[in-house]
Design a protein around this ligand. Structure first.
Ligand SMILES: Nc1ncnc2c1ncn2[C@@H]1O[C@H](COP(=O)(O)OP(=O)(O)O)[C@@H](O)[C@H]1O
Ligand SMILES: [Mg+2]
Length: 358
């Protein structure tokens, strides 16, 4: 388990102090794939770098698997309940128990794939034969055996990230930190790296903490998510709940970024014919979730309340195996019937938002 509590990191710049990470507390369970999403500058990279103390937090405590509790005070780190100063050797040991991958791979350009993967093993006291065996295992794991003698410049982006993943896992860490690992990749390579991460999570029980600014990445593999804004974690929960019922504005923006229904906002702005409503008509957005999807709510309200619905936009997708979706439509009928129909929907776990009344 990873427990981050009241973590702070500031940077002092000429222009003033940057609150890069502000009072962040998070718990990440073993074997989870935990996403942290936020726009550029939100503090995501600083937060993950604080987890392996590549960046020394100003204050806070950390428990990473069996390492800890670590207490940070005034930029120094102390170990255990009686706060013994942590030694460089312990620090390195802890860093080795956490793997990390980056957007730009950070490979050694003059070394072959084999040597890149072997690199972190060189100083671990392993024999050359053992290193060779381990590198071959890792090549197998990331499906790159045929590229072992290639140089990074001879690889595609997706293959480079596979090398980086193999290298990050060389010392058998329990935790992998991924900082925008798919952000430089095309959609196909992104998909293949994400499915590799998912299979490593399952096969090795690897805990993955994944930083991204892309909603689609979170949706594809994360089970839990934290939303970051201006150094703070503003919302957390399991992916389905957070995205089905976003509470914060920024979370809504991320949901909208990956949702076909958000096109309605543009249509409204452009005064499109598609969303124009006449007298007695109301433009609404309905959001279904696992409690309501599958019920025949639409046909039921048209029958019971004598209203008619015109579909403008609709989308239902599957998140964590559960359907999540919505519909933008124009509802028409006697005003009292419309009000009753909308109330009925709300009672049946459909979120209803009135966008425009005719
Ligand atoms: N080494 C640094 N020195 C000064 N400011 C930094 C440094 N690293 C990050 N920052 C600042 O901290 C804030 C958070 O940055 P970062 O963690 O990189 O965000 P993200 O990864 O979400 O884009 C930004 O305002 C950034 O400019
Ligand atoms: Mg970053």
């Amino acid at each position: 388990m990873i427990e981050i509590s009241h973590l702070n990191k500031t940077f002092a710049l000429k222009e003033g102090v940057v609150d890069a990470v502000h009072d962040v507390s998070l718990t990440i369970q073993d074997g989870d794939i935990y996403g942290v999403i936020g726009y550029s500058g939100a503090g995501k990279s600083t937060l993950v770098r604080c987890l392996n103390l590549l960046e020394m937090p100003d204050s806070g405590t950390l428990q990473i698997n069996k390492t800890g509790p670590l207490t940070m005070e005034n930029g120094k780190v102390y170990y255990g309940a009686n706060k013994t100063p942590m030694r460089e050797k312990q620090l390195n040991q802890m860093r080795r128990s956490i793997g990390m991958i980056f957007q730009h791979f950070n490979l050694l350009d003059r070394s072959t794939v084999f040597d890149n993967i072997a690199y972190p093993l060189k100083y671990s006291g392993m024999s050359r034969a053992d290193i060779r065996t381990r590198v071959f295992e890792l090549l197998e794991l990331v499906d790159l055996m045929d590229k072992k003698d290639a140089y990074p410049s001879q690889l595609s982006g997706g293959q480079k990230q596979r090398v980086a993943i193999a290298r990050a896992l060389a010392n058998r860490p329990k935790v992998l930190l991924s900082d925008e690992a798919t952000s430089a990749l095309d959609p196909e390579a992104t998909e293949s790296i994400l499915s590799l991460l998912r299979s490593l999570n399952e096969k090795l029980g690897l805990t993955i903490v994944l930083i991204t600014h892309e909603m689609a990445v979170i949706k594809a593999i994360c089970r839990h998510v934290a939303v970051m804004e201006e150094g703070r974690v503003v919302e957390t929960g399991n992916v389905y709940d957070v995205f089905a019922h976003p509470k914060e504005n920024i979370t809504r923006r991320f949901v909208a970024s990956a949702n076909a229904l958000s096109r309605v906002d543009k249509l409204l702005k452009d005064d499109s014919q598609l969303v124009s409503v006449g007298k007695g008509e109301t433009l609404i957005r309905m959001t279904f979730s696992k409690d309501s999807v599958g019920d025949a709510v639409i046909s039921q309200i048209s029958r019971d309340f004598n209203v008619s619905l015109n579909i403008v936009l609709a989308s239902v997708e599957v998140l964590e195996g559960a359907p999540l979706g919505g519909m933008v439509s124009i509802i028409k009928g006697d005003p009292k019937d419309v009000t009753n129909a909308l109330n009925w929907l709300k009672d049946h776990f459909v979120e209803v938002e009135v966008l425009k009344r005719g």
